[in-house]
Ligand binder design. Structure first.
Ligand code: SF4
Length: 289
C-alpha cells in the first residue's frame, strides 16, 4: 500500500488552517446581516479577519485545534491497520509542524501525550466502499463546543417534549438556549433522532460533514432543519452570546433506528470554527475539498 502520510498531513493542514468556503460564506452573510457597529457585527468581523490570517500564514484558526475525527471510506482489500498507522503518523507530524496543538491528555494523570495520539485519540470511523476510491473526511471538533453538546431522553416533561418531531424541536431549542452562546456561537447543529446514547452522538457529529446547502432527503426533516435555524436565531443570543441575529448558522438532522423503549435526541454543537476537510484518492489522483 502506498504511503499516504504526507498527503494526510496536507489534509490536516487544510482542515486546521482554513475554513470550508460554505462556512466562511455563512459567516460573511451573518456579519452583513447584523447592525453595523453592534457587538455581533464586530465579533463576526474579528472572526473573519482571524480566518483570513490563519489561511495566509497556514496557522490554526483557533488555539483549540479540536479532537480529530476521521471518517474513512476505503476500497475492499485495503488494510485498515496500515491506513490507521499512516493517519496516526500524519497526526503526529502535523502536531510537530504546529498545524495542531497537542491536545491529547491522559484523563487520569493529566499528562499531555504531546503528539495528539492516545487511547481513542484520534477517533476513526471505517466503512468499506464498493469502488476503488479512498475517501477521508476529517472533522476537528472543538472542546468548548463539545461541552455544550447535549443529549435528551424523550419524553422530557420539564420541556413538554414528547416522542415526536415537535418534541425534537423543543429540546434542540432548549439546548441552544442553555448554551447562551458558550461553545463559541454562532454555531452549527448536528442532530440525531434515535439510536442509543453512543450512536446518537456519532450520528449527530457525522451530520456536521454535510455542506450547508445540502437539503435533507426526508421532507419532514428538511422542514425541521429550516424551522430550527430560523427559530434558533430568533432567540437573540448572538455571536459569543453578545446578542444579535445570528446564533446558529446551520442545522442538519439525521434519524437512526432506536429501541421501542428509548427516544434519544442528540445535539452535537459545533462552534463557528467548523473545520472539516476531505481528501479523495481516485486512480492515483488526489483531490482536496
Ligand atoms: S469551541 Fe471552537 S472556536 Fe471555541 S475555542 Fe473551541 S475550537 Fe475554538
Amino acid at each position: 500500500m502506498e504511503n499516504l502520510t504526507e498527503l494526510l498531513v496536507e489534509l490536516i493542514r487544510r482542515a486546521s488552517t482554513d475554513l470550508p468556503s460554505d462556512v466562511e460564506g455563512a459567516l460573511r452573510a451573518a456579519r452583513d446581516r447584523e447592525d453595523p457597529g453592534s457587538a455581533a457585527a464586530s465579533t463576526l468581523t474579528v472572526i473573519l479577519e482571524n480566518v483570513a490570517l490563519a489561511r495566509a500564514h497556514s496557522r490554526p484558526i483557533c488555539q483549540d485545534t479540536g479532537t480529530p475525527i476521521f471518517y474513512v471510506r476505503f476500497p475492499a482489500g485495503m488494510s485498515i491497520r496500515e491506513l490507521q498507522a499512516q493517519m496516526e503518523a500524519a497526526i503526529a507530524e502535523a502536531t510537530r509542524r504546529a498545524y495542531l496543538r497537542p491536545n491529547a491528555v491522559d484523563s487520569i494523570t493529566g499528562r499531555n501525550s504531546g503528539n495528539n495520539l492516545g487511547i481513542g485519540f484520534p477517533t476513526f470511523y471505517w466503512e468499506e466502499g464498493e469502488d476503488e476510491i479512498l475517501d477521508v473526511a476529517l472533522l476537528l471538533k472543538g472542546g468548548g463546543s463539545e461541552n455544550v453538546s447535549a443529549q435528551y431522553s424523550l419524553p422530557d416533561e420539564s420541556l413538554h417534549a414528547g416522542r415526536d418531531l415537535e418534541g425534537v424541536r423543543r429540546v434542540v431549542l432548549a439546548a441552544v438556549q442553555k448554551a447562551q452562546g458558550e461553545g463559541c456561537a454562532p454555531g452549527f447543529l448536528g442532530i440525531c433522532i434515535g439510536g442509543d446514547r453512543g450512536t446518537g452522538y456519532s450520528w449527530a457529529k457525522k451530520q456536521l460533514l454535510r455542506p450547508l446547502d445540502d437539503v435533507n432527503p426526508v421532507p419532514e426533516l428538511a422542514a425541521l432543519e429550516e424551522r430550527l435555524l430560523r427559530e434558533c436565531n430568533e432567540l437573540g443570543i448572538g455571536p459569543m452570546g453578545f446578542g444579535g441575529k445570528t446564533t446558529i448558522l446551520g442545522v442538519k438532522i439525521g434519524a437512526a433506528h432506536r429501541l421501542p423503549a428509548s427516544f434519544f435526541v442528540t445535539v452535537a454543537y459545533m462552534c463557528w470554527a467548523c473545520r472539516r476537510a476531505r481528501m479523495t484518492v481516485r486512480g492515483g489522483e488526489v483531490t482536496y475539498s
